[in-house]
Design a protein around this ligand. Structure first.
Ligand SMILES: [Zn+2]
Length: 317
């Protein structure tokens, strides 16, 4: 398998985003680096795309990216570039990007031009920005690419904000993370441009101390919470039924929490996030993980605060 680290530069709608038939971001450049299993660079790809939807560059974009009018005029059509890119990627590859946006926007652009889908379900990828945080920081902070490059003493010999260079720097950061012996495949992210259409396409992954589940669509929240997989409170490590410590409660109608205890693995937290699909249905991203006692107390506190607020509201009305 090859790792394909890519980066996009895009142009966007002036004013209100989401115009022009649902393509808020038009890709104007693809830069990519191909890595082998040891995260060594084996090939590079670079192509400028001639803008078709937004021929005038948005002022924000022109400030950031290093492409000028002539570069863009000489660019090739999106579909042509994309076909070459996918051929270059080969059969067996894993996409890697800095952050979370580029894989969604790549698929949205492909969809706009009527190209075949890359996949019909959530697409696994490596978010190098997240991996950087997990390897060197708290796992939650998100840094700019240049920050990571500086911190890791990677030589800065090319300007940032050209797709090709950003992909190269992202690859160098990934190489360092790999050298620090982090099992990057244990921290896969999933792009949700394509949602699971049925049970078969649902995502169910187990990592060392946590698990992730991405459900098919449901007509509403109640129906989602009634689903066996969504409401299941089995331990994410061993699969044994947990003993209830804090029963399911909702924070704002979008997030639901549960805490149980497993004989073997201690406290287990389940968190359900309700997400809206484009068609108005809902789907669920559920994570479960082993937590310590102070974290249980923090969740209990959250629940009690909510109760107090509700009681106060009732009293006022
Ligand atoms: Zn267990």
């Amino acid at each position: 398998m090859h790792y394909i680290v890519f980066d996009l530069e895009w142009n966007q709608a002036e004013g209100k985003i989401g115009h022009e038939g649902g393509l808020p971001f038009e890709i104007v450049e693809i830069g990519a680096v191909k890595l082998n299993r040891r995260m060594q660079i084996v090939d590079r790809f670079e192509e400028v795309i001639k803008p078709k939807i937004y021929p005038r560059m948005h002022f924000m974009t022109t400030k950031i990216i290093q492409l000028d009018k002539e570069d863009l005029e000489n660019g090739k059509p999106f579909t042509e570039v994309m076909e070459r890119f996918l051929e270059w990627c080969g059969r067996n590859y894993r996409f890697c990007i800095w952050g979370t946006l580029d894989i969604t926007e790549l698929q949205r652009n492909m969809c706009y031009y009527g190209m075949d889908e890359l996949t019909h379900k959530p697409l696994p990828y490596l978010d190098v920005q997240k991996l950087y945080s997990l390897a060197y920081e708290d796992g939650k902070t998100r840094r700019a690419l240049e920050f990571a490059v500086d911190e890791l003493n990677i030589e800065k010999d090319e300007p940032f904000h050209r797709a090709n260079n950003d992909a190269y720097y992202t690859a160098k950061v990934l190489e360092q993370i790999h050298k620090s012996h982090m099992d990057v495949e244990g921290y896969l992210s999933y792009d949700l441009f394509m949602l699971p259409q049925d049970k078969r396409d649902e995502v169910k992954v187990k990592f060392k101390t946590y698990s992730k589940y991405i459900s098919r669509e449901f007509p509403d929240k109640t129906r989602a919470m009634e689903d066996k997989m969504v409401s299941s409170t089995k331990c994410c490590v061993c699969g044994r039924q947990t003993k209830k410590v804090i029963k399911w409660f909702s924070v704002n109608g979008r997030h639901y929490y549960y805490v149980g205890s497993c004989k073997r693995h201690g406290f287990v937290k389940a968190k359900v996030r309700m997400k809206k699909a484009d068609d108005g249905n809902v789907f669920v991203v559920k994570t479960m993980k082993i937590i310590d006692e102070p974290s249980v107390d923090a969740i209990r506190e959250k629940q009690e605060k909510l109760r107090a607020q509700r009681a106060e509201r009732r009293h006022r009305d």
